[in-house]
Ligand binder design. Sequence first.
Ligand SMILES: [Zn+2]
Length: 83
Amino acid sequence: MPTYVYKPAEGEKGCDYCAGSFETVQKMSDEALKKCPECGCGVRRVIMGIRKGPSQSGFDRKAQEQGFHKLKRRDKGTYEKLY
Ligand SMILES: [Zn+2]
C-alpha cells in the first residue's frame, strides 16, 4: 500500500504529530485525509516528488548521468547552470 505524506492545511498550526508533516499508509481507494487523526486540524496531502527534486524529469536525470549540462535562462543573456 502506498504511503502518503500530509501537512497541516494553510493557516492551521497543527500539533506535535502533524505540525511538520506525517506519513500514513492508505489504500489507493481510500479518500485523502482531511483532518489530523491526533488534533483534528485540517490537513492536505503532499504529492511526493522525485528525490532529486520535484521539477526534475526522468529525462533530465538521464542527461545528467550522461554528463550533459543544462542551462536555465534567467534574464536576457543570463543563464544559470543547473548541472
Ligand atoms: Zn495534528
